[in-house]
Design a binder for this molecule. Structure first.
Ligand code: PMP
Length: 299
């Protein structure tokens, strides 16, 4: 991986120089909150749903007990422009925006967190690639124990266990049921299924992250007069669906083939949402939503 400049603890530094103590609260216990945000390069750079990501990060900060406010949109944009220039970025990329405790302390730390913003080069998905998926024995963590709406590093170890299980079974990705046995989400993305032209996704009480892409997908389908249902989904219903796709800032729209299904073709509604989502993220349509922030830097 290229040694990009990142913004860490109020300075622009090379990633390799951005260090923290091995006994910091964040390295030991996964005590951090973060966002992954995509930036798309067209004539200009476009950031997708920035305000929503900043809002969710602010919620995560408060819920995990970090007593600070997320930086302003203006400050974020200034840092981002500088990162594009310093790193001479000319393509699509994403950023990891993380608040962490960089001091030696315990999980109970009440020290002041610092943040970093780090670019990662990441291209868009291509329309004809899909991933295989298997339902895991590993269940999604319960929001009664670890609030799944908080985008916290430690929550991802649940996804890691599920991913290891899925890979051991020969699939690319897991799908997890929640504590009550209903379909929840994948290791880093939300799930949709299609049955008889109806678009169905687990409701927010299914121990999922309140995904920004999930919200985008629902709005796009509704605007195009499709029927969308947010509700509990059983394992049987999931297995009998006509189409499945994942969504997320990183996953974008990812077509899914269940591992045990013999024949597979990417379905029509999956193709439709893939295309519409690409239009939305590059500010070519759905402009009435103001989902994109155009960055005033030409590189
Ligand atoms: N669920 C989990 C566990 C995730 O990590 C992500 C990625 N942030 C998502 C869902 C999708 O969320 P979003 O659309 O906001 O990126």
């Amino acid at each position: 991986m290229k040694d990009y400049y990142i913004y860490y603890n109020n300075n622009f530094v090379k990633q390799s120089n951005a260090t923290l103590p091995v006994l910091s609260a964040s390295t030991q216990f996964g005590l951090n909150v973060f966002e992954g945000i995509r930036i798309y390069k067209e004539d200009f750079f476009y950031i997708f749903r920035l305000e929503d990501h900043l809002q969710r990060l602010n919620n995560s900060l408060h819920q995990i007990g970090f007593d600070i406010e997320v930086i302003s949109t203006k400050e974020f944009l200034e840092i981002l422009k500088e990162l594009i220039i310093l790193n001479n970025i000319k393509t699509d990329f994403s950023i990891r925006f993380t608040y962490l405790i960089n001091e030696i302390d315990s999980w109970s730390s009440n020290k002041r967190p610092v943040f970093f913003i780090a670019p990662l080069i990441r291209e868009r998905n291509s329309a004809d690639t899909y991933k295989t998926m298997v339902l895991t024995k590993t269940r999604r963590i319960s929001s009664f124990a670890m609030d799944t709406k908080v985008k916290c590093g430690a929550n991802y170890i649940n996804g890691r266990y599920a991913l290891l299980e899925a890979r051991s079974k020969g699939a690319d990705l897991p799908i997890l049921k929640n504590k009550d046995g209903f379909i929840s989400e994948s290791s880093g993305a939300c799930v949709f299924l299609v049955k008889k032209e109806v678009v169905i996704t687990p409701s927010l009480d299914c121990d999922i992250l309140e995904s920004i892409t999930r919200d985008t997908v629902i709005k796009i389908f509704l605007e195009n007069n499709y029927k969308v249902e947010e509700r509990l989904i059983s394992e049987t219903e999931f297995n009998e669906s006509d189409e499945i796709f994942l969504c997320g800032s990183a996953a974008e729209i990812t077509p899914i083939k269940l591992l045990h299904k013999a024949d597979f073709e990417i379905g029509d509604l999956t193709k439709f949402i893939f295309h519409e989502y690409q239009q939305a993220i590059t500010a070519k349509s759905y402009k009435n939503h103001s989902w994109t922030t155009k960055l005033d830097v030409k590189n």
